[in-house]
Design a protein around this ligand. Structure first.
Ligand SMILES: [Fe+2]
Length: 309
């Protein structure tokens, strides 16, 4: 059976160049029921699991806060997600668990067939999120495909212009180990494309296109990502731009950079990174709450400590 049920030539044309959405039948694998997900979570390594809630900063609304979930089994975690304000990302679950990996291979095999892109080498995380969960305004460093499986969520996707994602803000992302949030203004929403995704729909957009997500119900999705020549070259070049901006006070503009200079910047970026001549910021991941099934809302704030699990 095919993964996609209504892929057309127009999807092929728009892939990587525009927003697309298309139907898939991943739910029929049986791997995304509460029972199957609970079992997956029980077998998932702690250091590859993120259990988060959302903060209240006005410039970075809904920024993720990392929680300590140790001692909670998969079944309880799913129950708390359904009734609370939590967001679980089982990172690389689609790669690490053999039965899920079979499905990931099929998903990307078909994407290769449809788009002519070879060797995606994708990672896939499983996202399990509360009815009131939100994903803050952010960008991703690689190409992302969102395979929505259960529930309903609204995805706001914003234009790829300086107003929504300035070079400086993207440089901050590529030179940081943790950050992918971008500064947000409510007025941005007038310019957003709003996708209402129901279970069984997949969506993707252009490389780095800023987006945020608002859940309407309990949701289960796969977020898969892959790098290619385009994303690798841009990320190296933006690393060089960050150095030019902070060390030499120059104001490089990626959009106006001709291809040969883009390549030169990418080579410079690689050298700067490898040699350590310019260092990004290593931001430690701080744990700021503990998940506790016995308290209302399941969140107990703690004094921040660096994550060590
Ligand atoms: Fe994203």
């Amino acid at each position: 059976m095919s993964v996609f049920t209504n892929w057309t030539d127009e999807h092929t044309r728009k892939f990587h160049n525009d927003i697309i959405y298309v139907n898939h039948n991943l739910e029929s694998t049986g791997l995304f029921t509460d029972v199957a997900l609970a079992e997956m979570l029980d077998n998932h390594p702690d250091n590859m699991l993120d259990v988060c809630t959302m903060g209240t900063d006005s410039m970075y609304p809904n920024q993720f806060r990392t929680g300590d979930f140790r001692g909670c089994d998969g079944k309880s975690l799913i129950e708390m997600v359904k009734a609370g304000k939590l967001y679980i990302n089982a990172r690389r679950a689609m790669n690490l668990h053999p039965e899920y990996n079979e499905v990931l291979k099929k998903m990307y095999g078909e994407l290769s067939e449809k788009t002519g892109n070879k060797g995606f080498n994708a990672n896939g995380g499983i996202l399990i999120s509360s009815p009131i969960a939100k994903v803050p305004y952010h960008t991703d460093r690689q190409h992302v495909v969102l395979w929505h499986i259960r529930g309903t969520k609204r995805v706001y996707v914003y234009p790829m212009t300086d107003k929504f994602i300035s070079d400086a803000s993207y440089e901050a992302v590529v030179t940081s180990t943790l950050l992918d949030d971008l500064p947000y203004e409510v007025a941005f929403d007038e310019h957003a494309s709003v996708l209402t995704l129901n279970g069984g729909e997949m969506a993707c957009w252009q490389l780095n296109q800023p987006h945020r997500v608002v859940n309407e119900t309990f949701c289960v999705s796969i977020a898969s990502e892959y790098s290619n020549r385009e994303s690798a070259l841009k990320n190296s070049a933006m690393f060089a731009q960050a150095a030019m901006r902070s060390k030499f006070g120059s104001t490089p503009v990626w959009q106006d950079t001709v291809p040969s200079i883009r390549l030169a910047k990418a080579v410079a970026g690689k050298v700067l990174k490898k040699s350590g001549l310019y260092k990004g910021r290593t931001t430690p991941d701080f744990v700021t709450f503990k998940v506790d099934k016995s308290v209302p809302g399941y969140i107990v704030d703690i004094d921040p400590v660096p994550r060590d699990f």
